[in-house]
Design a protein around this ligand. Structure first.
Ligand code: ZN
Length: 238
């Protein structure tokens, strides 16, 4: 193989690895986002349970206020009844007092129901919080792993880039320029030419006999007529 081609092949190998590592690094933010998204459902459950508890508390407060109002009215009615001298008014107030007594009992029953409901809601909230904490732990672990992976990838990338730079400094600048220009669009530009079928390893089209001879001769670069990639043949006897 042409010595320049051999050197470029090594560079091409590093470039391929660099592309892979870059792809890995680029994927990490998306994976981090996906991991965080796993918390969304649990966070929602906690928020909903919290809200239900708060609404229940407000409802209990309202019943308590209503009971208080009824009790105040009751005190006033009892005083009025005590002070009246009219028989009719006395009995009318008596009915009123009875009505308020009943209402207070009803309100207190409803309040009690809500207090029982508060217990259930608290249990639901505790469970939701527990589940969130468990998921959070898993997500934190995953994020930590992703962070580690980012560090490792970055290290690999730095090493590969340094190596690539070193390798590039040893190649003839014109050949390197040609390789760089072509590889920008095509990825791997140095490909094997199948010695038997005459097929280009890049575009899989058959090259001309003249090109096959040129590639075998190993005097100058042989390009595929279809895709212009640089061709090399592997000598079976070697
Ligand atoms: Zn080709």
């Amino acid at each position: 193989m042409l010595p320049e081609l051999e050197k470029l092949l090594v560079i091409q190998d590093r470039d391929e690895k660099i592309r892979e590592v870059r792809k890995d690094i680029d994927r990490i933010p998306l994976e981090e986002e996906n991991a965080k998204q796993r918390l969304a459902g649990d966070l929602k459950a906690v928020d909903e349970a919290k809200l239900a508890g708060q609404e229940n508390e407000v409802a209990i407060k309202n019943f308590q206020l209503e009971v208080e109002t009824c009790q105040n009215t009751l005190v006033r009615l009892k005083t009025q009844q005590f002070e009246t001298r009219k028989n009719e008014e006395f009995s009318a107030l008596g009915h009123e007092i009875e009505r308020y007594d009943k209402q207070i009992v009803e309100l207190e029953d409803q309040e009690l129901e809500l207090m029982e409901k508060a217990e259930t809601l608290k249990a639901v909230l505790d469970e939701a919080r527990g589940k969130l904490a468990a998921t959070q732990k898993l997500v934190d672990e995953e994020l930590e792993k992703l962070g580690e992976r980012r560090g490792i990838c970055q290290e690999q990338l730095d090493e590969l880039c340094a190596e690539r730079k070193q390798l590039a400094s040893q190649v003839d600048p014109d050949s390197l320029f040609l390789y760089d220009r072509m590889s920008k669009n095509k990825g791997n530009v140095i490909v094997q030419l199948d010695d038997d079928s005459g097929m280009c390893g890049g575009c899989h089209m058959k090259v001309t006999t003249a090109t096959m001879h040129k590639a075998r001769a190993e005097v100058e670069f042989a390009h595929c007529e279809q895709c212009s990639r640089i061709l090399y043949v592997i000598d079976d006897d070697a």
